[in-house]
Design a protein around this ligand. Structure first.
Ligand code: COA
Length: 170
């Protein structure tokens, strides 16, 4: 059983330890890159505040959540509640990464479904648009297991091929 907890400027050492060790450096998802060079809890909190402020002023704001299992972070998931122009063709509403040792145990699907529920119930999103690099089989399987219906394949600004999916409001 996992839960989602929004990034907070009160997050402490366990989150910093996780950010330092998590193996997230993958094509298509670069949240950890923002924390490059962060060494102390204070620096991490400042970075979280900065990300929040940047996001609040961005027309396509982004919410960040820890994926928590037994009180420990095992991944990160993001939501763009008001998906607009550029992001509609390059990312979609939801981005997710599970730390390597925890992959393949259904946590990704569980977190993804939970994020969809939150998007419908708390952010009033009607239908979710999500996408995965065409060769990212784990991500595509997770999306399909979460109710995603294939829509089309597009070429993103960086030239990568993205498979787009709809998840109808339930
Ligand atoms: C995509 C990701 C979040 C999925 O998380 P996860 O916890 O491993 O996912 P789940 O265990 O819930 O399900 C993954 C499904 O893909 C399948 N899968 C995983 N790797 C696979 C591979 N290389 N080839 C084929 N199927 C694969 C699993 O078997 C599982 O399907 P099943 O339940 O039918 O067996 C995780 O792999 C990850 O963090 N990847 C790196 C970041 C990323 O690519 N994020 C998505 C871009 S936004």
């Amino acid at each position: 059983m996992i839960s989602l907890k929004e990034f907070s400027h009160q997050d402490s050492q366990d989150k910093l330890d996780f950010l330092k060790k998590a193996d997230f450096r993958v094509r298509g998802f670069n949240i950890i890159g923002a924390f490059e060079g962060v060494e102390t809890v204070e620096q991490m909190r400042n970075k979280i505040k900065e990300l929040k402020e940047l996001s609040d002023h961005d027309p396509c704001e982004r919410k960040f959540f820890w994926i928590i299992k037994n009180d420990n972070p095992i991944g990160v998931i993001t939501l763009r509640p008001a998906l607009n122009g550029f992001w509609l063709h390059n990312a979609g509403h939801i981005g997710i990464a599970i730390d390597k040792p925890y992959r393949g145990q259904n946590y990704g699907t569980e977190a993804f479904k939970r994020m969809c529920r939150k998007a419908y119930d708390e952010y009033g999103i009607k239908d979710i648009i999500t996408m995965a690099l065409t060769d990212n089989i784990a991500s595509r399987t997770m999306i399909e297991k979460s109710g995603g219906k294939y829509w089309d394949t597009i070429t993103a600004a960086d030239g990568e091929k993205l498979a787009r999916y709809w998840i109808k409001h339930q």
